[in-house]
Each structure stands twice: as structure tokens, then as C-alpha cells.
Design a binder for this molecule. Structure first.
Ligand code: GRF
Length: 188
């Protein structure tokens, strides 16, 4: 059974989709959830599923103890699902090629520092884009610039709003993120 660690700062709907997908699948399980927000919805997800969680701050993120804690779960992948802090170099080096992220647009469009959640969807609407979607990519030292693993697309309708676009994108995320993780695990 392979081990996954999820990092998330928000409500954790992607974390929940990943946990559900692997629940009866026999390939992997989510063994730890890391968040930087003490009131993040993802903590409720962790508690409901009886998955241990860690709340980190900028200092703990950079420390050796944190890396030891992560290593103790022997993760095949560290999955960033809406984690809003930059991953420090120490963690990148300890888990080379094992950290992936999901971004709610078709990178390289609408990525980079400060581009998350509704900011991304607003930029898509402001830019008059006819399509948007998701990008699952490797994580490197620059925001949203690691090698792209896969993308999925949706149409942007004439009357699209931030909320309706966010809904479409979340649907893509919940379908493709667990399946992409499964694909990656099967190559290991
Ligand atoms: C997702 O849209 C993801 O693309 C972005 O943050 C959001 C997290 O949503 N990076 P949730 O907490 O999984 O609901």
C-alpha cells in the first residue's frame, strides 16, 4: 500500500475526493494531511476520515523536524491541493520529483504568485478566454512552473461568472486529480 501526503489550505474538497477515490482501491492511502490554517475545512475532512493532520507555520515548514515527520510516512507522492504557502527548498530537495500540484487554469496562463482561487477565474473572465481548465504539474522552486503532467479543459460560456467557472473547474479537479495520482503511482 503506497502512502500519500496531502497539503491543503482551504475547504479540502480535492483532499476529500482523493481520500474517497483511494478508500477501497488498495493501491494507496492518504496517511497525513498538512495545513497552514488552523480553521481550514480540510481539518474537518481529516478528522472525519481519522487521518492525522499537522498544522504548520512558516518556521515549521522550513525545519528539519518537519522533513523527518513527512519521511516517517514514507510518501510515494506529496500532493498539493490548494496549499497556499511556498514549498521550501529543503522539502523540495528531500522529495525530488515526488511533489505535485493542481492549478485551476490552463498553465502557463494565469499562474504565479497570488494567482489562486477566484483570482484565477477572474483573470480568465477579464481576458475573455474561451476555455479554461486545470493543470496538474510537478512542483519546483517557482510558483506554477514545474513540468506539466496533464491538463483538462472546459468551455467558458458567454454568461460565465466566477462561481459557475469555479464549479466547472472543481468538477474537473475532482475527476482528474485522483486518477492522475493513480496513474503516477502505477509507474512507481
Ligand atoms: C482548487 O481549485 C485548486 O485548484 C486550487 O485550490 C483549490 C482548492 O480547493 N489550487 P479545495 O480546498 O480542494 O476545495
Amino acid at each position: 500500500m503506497q502512502s500519500l501526503i496531502i497539503f491543503a489550505s482551504g475547504r479540502g474538497s480535492n483532499a476529500a475526493a482523493i481520500i474517497d477515490y483511494f478508500k477501497n482501491n488498495g493501491l494507496a492511502k492518504v496517511s497525513l494531511i498538512v495545513t497552514n490554517k488552523a480553521d481550514a475545512g480540510v481539518i474537518e475532512v481529516a478528522e472525519k476520515e481519522h487521518i492525522p493532520f499537522l498544522i504548520v507555520n512558516n518556521e515549521t515548514l522550513k525545519g528539519h523536524l518537519f522533513i523527518d515527520q513527512l519521511q516517517s510516512y514514507n510518501p510515494s507522492l506529496i500532493v498539493l491541493a490548494g496549499f497556499l504557502k511556498k514549498i521550501p527548498d529543503t522539502v523540495l530537495q528531500a522529495f525530488t520529483n515526488k511533489i505535485i500540484n493542481i492549478h485551476p487554469s490552463l498553465l502557463p496562463k494565469h499562474g504565479g504568485k497570488g494567482m489562486y482561487g477566484h483570482h484565477v477565474h477572474q483573470a480568465v473572465l477579464d481576458g475573455g478566454d474561451k476555455e479554461s481548465g486545470i493543470t496538474i504539474h510537478m512542483v519546483n522552486e517557482h510558483y506554477d512552473e514545474g513540468a506539466i503532467i496533464t491538463q483538462a479543459r472546459c468551455q467558458v460560456a458567454e454568461q460565465e461568472t466566477i462561481d459557475t467557472l469555479a464549479q466547472k473547474v472543481h468538477q474537473l479537479e475532482h475527476f482528474y486529480f485522483p486518477r492522475t495520482i493513480e496513474f503516477l503511482l502505477q509507474q512507481m
